[in-house]
Design a protein around this ligand. Structure first.
Ligand code: HMG
Ligand code: MG
Length: 281
């Protein structure tokens, strides 16, 4: 059995959607506890417009406050060069850009067409490379769009390939509203892995319909070795009506360890980090 990388998105995908204000000190403690739990990669925050997502306005302070463990990757979303500049100021060494597979979602989420966003990300990728920063990508609505419904797999393949062509090290194929089921995942990955290397794909499942773990099981058949998850199943996108939490990290770890895979993550540590966020000591 192989080693699987869990990319923790709770502090970003989880907290970007919280109605209540989460104090910066609690966010820092949350990230530190996730580090202690052994998560190898943590998406700490987002350098997006605070007018659009006020929950992430303290990204610089959160990055400055966390204790970075050597060997752990700490990443952040950036939508444009301004976001990259802010990330560089905060000492970030890995960022993630986020495109969509449906036009309506792209415009609602980042106020740009898909093509315009890819042009922006080409600039971000060039500037990040010059600064020695790695860039990950997301492709939202890859399994369905809250506004347009079905999304053709040919478009998903084309956009994933174009994102990788910008120099991104991996693309997280994302089920933004948690609509995918294992049959759809098998069909999508059968088609995608004909031309795209599984090592450069990650899967990002939201768990609206309780199918996320089953989707991971289906993805493992295709040599996918990176999965996004969120401690306690926090999550949702403010611009995707109906999107609920991400696949819970502790459930993913439990499944993977049960199958004999290694993750380096302690389930009790993940749970403690999440409980602490609820205000318990
Ligand atoms: P815009 O309004 O079209 O852009 O927003 P703008 O250039 O006109 O900027 C508006 C204001 O924001 C200006 O300030 C800019 O300076 C400022 P003003 O002049 O009015 O005072 N601004 C910024 N400030 C700080 N950092 C920045 C930045 N950029 C502009 N980086 C923009 C376009 C892309 C900025 C906006 O739409 C945005 O920030 N969108 C982010 C939305 C978001 O974060 N969504 C959630 C994350 S995606 C997600 O959850 C999906 C994912 O989990 C995968 C999945 O599940 O599918 C990743
Ligand atoms: Mg998400």
């Amino acid at each position: 059995m192989s080693s699987i990388l869990i990319y923790e998105v709770g502090p970003r995908d989880g907290l970007q959607n919280e109605a209540a204000n989460v104090p910066t000190t609690d966010k820092i403690a949350f990230v530190d506890r996730l580090t202690t739990a052994g998560l190898p990669a943590i998406e700490v925050s987002a350098f997006v417009s605070p007018k659009w997502v006020p929950q992430m306005a303290d990204a610089v302070e959160v990055f400055r406050g966390i204790t970075r463990r050597p060997g752990t990757r700490y990443s952040a979303l950036v939508p444009n060069l301004k976001g990259l500049d802010r990330a560089l100021e905060a000492g970030v060494t890995e960022v993630a850009v986020f495109a969509a597979a449906s036009e309506t979602f792209s415009r609602r989420n980042i106020n740009q067409s898909i093509d315009a966003s890819l042009a922006t990300y080409a600039e971000v990728s060039r500037a990040a490379e010059a600064a020695g920063v790695r860039v990950r990508g997301y492709l939202s609505t890859a399994f369905g769009c809250p506004f347009e419904g079905d999304v053709p797999i040919e478009r998903v393949i084309d956009l994933t390939s174009r994102l990788l062509g910008l120099g991104l090290f991996e693309v997280a194929v994302s089920d933004t509203i948690g609509i995918a089921h294992p049959g759809q995942v098998r069909m999508a990955l059968t088609a995608m892995t004909r031309s795209l290397p599984p090592a450069r794909l990650a899967l990002h499942f939201h768990d609206t319909r309780g199918t996320a773990l089953a989707n991971v099981l289906a993805s493992l058949e295709f040599e996918i070795r990176t999965f996004d998850a969120s401690a306690g199943g926090l999550g949702g996108c403010p611009y995707a009506p109906g999107a609920s939490g991400n696949l819970a990290t502790e459930d993913l770890v439990y499944l993977l360890h049960g199958l004999g895979h290694e993750t380096g993550v302690r389930v009790d540590g993940v749970v403690q980090g999440r409980v602490h966020l609820d205000g318990e000591p």
